[in-house]
Design a binder for this molecule. Structure first.
Ligand code: ZN
Length: 94
């Protein structure tokens, strides 16, 4: 996999992947850099199985190992840590 690079000058910049222009022309170096960053991020994204439900999803990297469904489920409730049963709570108030 070749690294992305920016080529150009003045008001015309291109994002190059080897000899191929993958983005551009950009009117400033900053906007070319922004496009390069987005493309670099897109390159890291690949299909991985979710560590929780094994569904294959688009992972953004090694830190991202759970599918969207599992991530929203684990953040909205405490999962395994929710262990206080309603019955014991009632016995405390009585
Ligand atoms: Zn999952």
């Amino acid at each position: 996999m070749s690294a992305l690079a920016i080529k150009g000058s003045g008001f015309t910049y291109w994002v190059m992947d080897g000899a191929v222009a993958v983005a551009g022309p950009c009117s400033s170096l900053v906007s070319a850099q922004t496009k390069l960053d987005a493309l670099e991020r897109a390159k890291r994204v690949k299909e991985r199985p979710c560590i929780r439900c094994r569904t294959v999803f688009m992972s953004e990297g090694a830190h991202h190992r759970m599918c969207g469904v599992c991530r929203s489920t684990t953040s909205s409730d405490a999962g395994d840590y929710t262990c206080a049963p309603r019955a014991s709570r009632r016995s405390i108030t009585n």
